[in-house]
Design a protein around this ligand. Structure first.
Ligand code: HSE
Length: 436
């Protein structure tokens, strides 16, 4: 059979890694796909730049449209990233009857509904395994491996840069900015690293996971996102003393009232496997009604781990080129005409436990005031510790763990605690999940 011709848009970290894996493993890939797969064209903004891949034998150009409009190209790999012009490129590639493989989470989270509709209309596939959790085949696991289950919830460390920063801060006491600069140099961080540290990148990935888990349209604008920039070394230490680790989690949970979609720092018991996922590694815990809890772990960013997922998609696409278009795995796991209109809950309706850290004057009645406010809002306390003042401070840190409560009640209680004369500054609140 004729080789399948691939055009690569973008020769950065992921594009370069993908070319390398496709070349190095060409023989095994052909045995798996049933056809030879060859990169014949690639585009990059600056052709004079040094590359991590060997581009010999590949026709290079600076204009991605040269590839998109080339009738010889069967599959377009969109590895540029970002959601602006790239959306038009992908739509044009689909219009031209190309199959598309992308690692672009923002593109799928923001424009996936439109892109998949267009792809279905044209009878082509848009594959996006590399968009979530780098090399971990989490899309395939949920969309195919767990398709007999009702997914109840999932929780994941789905931003490698954020996890790398939290790990280095905890283990080595390093500065936030210093670790972030290293993550950028290693090619883990987004072009705009605030996407990593403010939870936007994780929000894009959670949007995609929630859609394939629950059969709902992609709706990034409904995701609650909170970053890691407010986490201090003190919180990390106190959490450890209480037997918890702080991780930046993306959580999607189906309740009887709707779906919680949230990204925020979270205390989790240190004995959970996921609490011990460190550095740039990602992990996703998925709870299905039949299978129970399952955990997927691996490298969430980097050239070849991401390339691993891109190439697997290319092989899937090559296999599907000859299959019945009506009988393919649907883009969002559920048939396009069967997506459900389940409400996404506002953050006030989240139900979770909390870690609270506040600074208070060291005098009688202070704790009583705090606990009375919590009781007035039906919030039960799980644990409470009072620490020595830090440095020259006279105020004492008080740390509380609560049982599960409604976020609306917690917001109101925090406002009242912060208004107490004896409490100084803000209450630092971090959500806590036992992930049982
Ligand atoms: N910036 C992302 C991360 C890259 O750190 O996880 C992989 O999506």
């Amino acid at each position: 059979m004729k080789p399948v011709k691939v055009g690569v848009l973008g020769l950065g970290t992921v594009g370069g890694g993908t070319v390398n894996v496709l070349k190095r493993n060409a023989a095994e890939i052909a045995r798996r796909a049933g056809r030879e797969i060859v990169v014949t064209r690639a585009s990059a903004k600056d052709l004079s730049k040094e590359r991590i891949c060997d581009t010999q034998g590949i026709i290079l150009s600076t204009d991605p449209m040269d590839i998109i409009n080339d009738p010889e190209i069967d599959i377009v790999l969109e590895l540029i990233g970002g959601a602006g012009l790239v959306k038009e490129m992908v739509l044009k590639a689909i219009e031209n009857g190309k199959y598309v493989v992308t690692a672009n989470k923002s593109l799928i989270a923001l424009h996936g509904n439109e892109i998949f509709a267009k792809a279905s209309e044209k009878g082509v596939i848009v594959a996006f395994e590399a968009a979530v959790a780098g090399g971990i085949p989490i899309i395939k696991a949920i969309r195919e491996g767990l398709s007999g289950n009702q997914i109840e919830w999932l929780a994941g460390i789905i931003n490698g840069t954020g996890n790398f920063i939290l790990t280095e801060m905890r283990d080595k006491g390093r500065d936030f900015d210093d670790v972030l600069a290293e993550a950028q140099a290693l090619g883990y961080a987004e072009a705009d690293p605030t996407f990593d540290v403010e939870g936007i990148d994780a929000g894009h990935k959670l949007t995609i996971l929630a859609s394939i888990a629950f059969g709902i349209p992609l709706q990034f604008d409904q995701v609650y996102t909170e970053g890691i920039t407010q986490i201090t070394r003190l919180d990390v230490e106190y959490a450890e003393q209480l037997g918890y680790r702080i991780k930046h989690l993306g959580i999607a949970r189906k309740t009887s009232e709707g779906i919680e979609l949230r990204v925020h720092p979270t205390l989790i018991p240190e004995r959970r496997l996921i609490a011990n996922v460190n550095g740039v590694m990602n992990a996703v815990l998925v709870k299905g009604d039949a299978v129970g809890a399952t955990l997927y772990y691996g490298a969430g960013a980097g050239a070849e781990p991401t390339a691993s997922a891109v190439v697997a998609d290319v092989i899937d696409v090559v296999r599907a080129l000859t299959s019945d278009p009506e009988n393919r795995v649907p883009h969002l796991a559920f048939q396009a005409d069967s997506l459900a209109d389940i409400p996404i809950l506002s953050s006030e309706r989240f139900k979770t436990s909390y870690y609270l850290r506040l600074n208070a004057e060291d005098k009688p009645g202070v704790l009583a005031d705090v606990t009375r406010i919590l009781a007035d809002h039906h919030i039960s306390i799980e644990a409470i510790i009072q620490k020595e003042p830090v440095g020259d401070e006279t105020a004492i840190p008080i740390i509380l763990l609560t049982q599960i409560t409604l976020e609306k009640e917690m917001n109101a209680a925090i406002a009242k605690i912060e208004a107490l004369q004896t409490v100084t500054g803000k209450v630092n609140r971090i959500r806590l999940e036992t992930l049982k």
